[in-house]
Design a protein around this ligand. Structure first.
Ligand SMILES: Nc1ncnc2c1ncn2[C@@H]1O[C@H](COP(=O)(O)OP(=O)(O)OP(=O)(O)O)[C@@H](O)[C@H]1O
Ligand SMILES: [Mg+2]
Length: 276
């Protein structure tokens, strides 16, 4: 990682809108299970050469590789139906891979259930149905902490520091919140397990550009605490601006892989996927 990978392009230009002090102490879970340090050169998370589909259906992913380093942001972009969500589900263990493997923090977790992966430090915010609308904001966060046996109030305070509006609305049913606020609930819920890797499938879907900017800034803050971010985004250009690494998927295959900056500068990528 470079000195400041987020400089100039973006950063917390709108800190005054959210929490000017940042989240400070949001800490990823440590020491869950026995872990070996990743071998030199091996990414913190890698879904490597993944091939597979749903049930007995045709393969959707074809030799697809997605990786993210510790504390960095990796972004997956590509056309509708390209297999972006399927790739995320494969990494989270919701797909039977016919080939390939998933390695988290040096440990091969290919055979683990999604629940077991949460215990290993994965947090996943799916593209749809990612909150309990009839429950209050606070109950959603409590649900997020379901695997924890320790006191999670400190983590809840960290989530409220990151998203102050959620503290204000903590007793309201989450379904009454705006789209952007609901996405904050979804992200906050996933943070309640103190993940080492946070996976977000289109966190800015359906929100205004200003709210998108705010959400991206909060995501950058989370990454700065050392949590790795793997994110699918329709707002490809803006997402690649904050991405350390970008993946363009087409028909379940890696079409382009590079730094966010390089992809933004690539004429082919611009023409085909970024609207010129
Ligand atoms: N649960 C499922 N069962 C069977 N096929 C599925 C399922 N979910 C997705 N697919 C198929 O897998 C392919 C990839 O879909 P996927 O949802 O991964 O694409 P995506 O890149 O996330 O698209 P979008 O941008 O619309 O979210 C599509 O052909 C889709 O029809
Ligand atoms: Mg999708």
């Amino acid at each position: 990682m470079t000195q400041n990978p987020y400089q100039d392009d973006r950063g917390n230009k709108d800190r005054s809108i959210g929490n000017p002090d940042g989240i400070g102490t949001l800490t990823p879970a440590e020491g869950l299970g026995t872990k070996t340090s990743p071998a030199a050169g091996q990414p913190f998370l890698i879904g490597e050469n993944m091939t597979g589909g749903y049930g007995k259906g045709a393969d959707i992913l074809h030799d697809c590789t997605i990786a993210v380093e510790k504390g960095e942001i990796a972004v997956i972009v590509g056309p509708n139906g390209a297999g972006k969500s399927t790739g995320m589900k494969a990494v989270f263990g919701m797909l039977n891979l016919r080939q390939g493997r998933v390695v988290l923090d040096g440990e091969d977790i290919t055979k683990l259930t999604p629940q077991a992966r949460v215990a290993k430090g994965m947090g996943f915010v799916p593209q749809t149905s990612n909150i309990f609308t009839s429950m209050t904001v606070e109950e959603n966060l409590e649900m997020g902490a379901f695997i924890r046996t320790d006191d999670f109030r400190g983590t809840m305070e960290q989530v409220y520091d990151l998203f102050p509006i959620l503290k204000e609305k903590r007793l309201q049913p989450a379904g009454e919140l705006s789209g952007g606020q609901r996405q904050q609930v979804a992200v906050g819920r996933a943070l309640m397990t103190k993940p080492k890797l946070l996976m977000l499938d289109e966190p800015t879907a359906g929100v205004s550009p200003i709210v998108m900017d705010e959400l991206f800034d909060r995501i950058i803050e989370v990454a700065r605490t050392g949590i790795s971010i793997l994110m699918v985004e329709q707002n490809a250009r803006q997402a690649l601006e904050i991405a350390d690494k970008g993946y363009v998927l087409v028909q379940g295959r890696n079409a382009y892989t590079d730094t966010g900056k390089a992809l933004l500068a690539d004429p082919e990528v611009r023409k085909s996927f970024l609207g010129g």
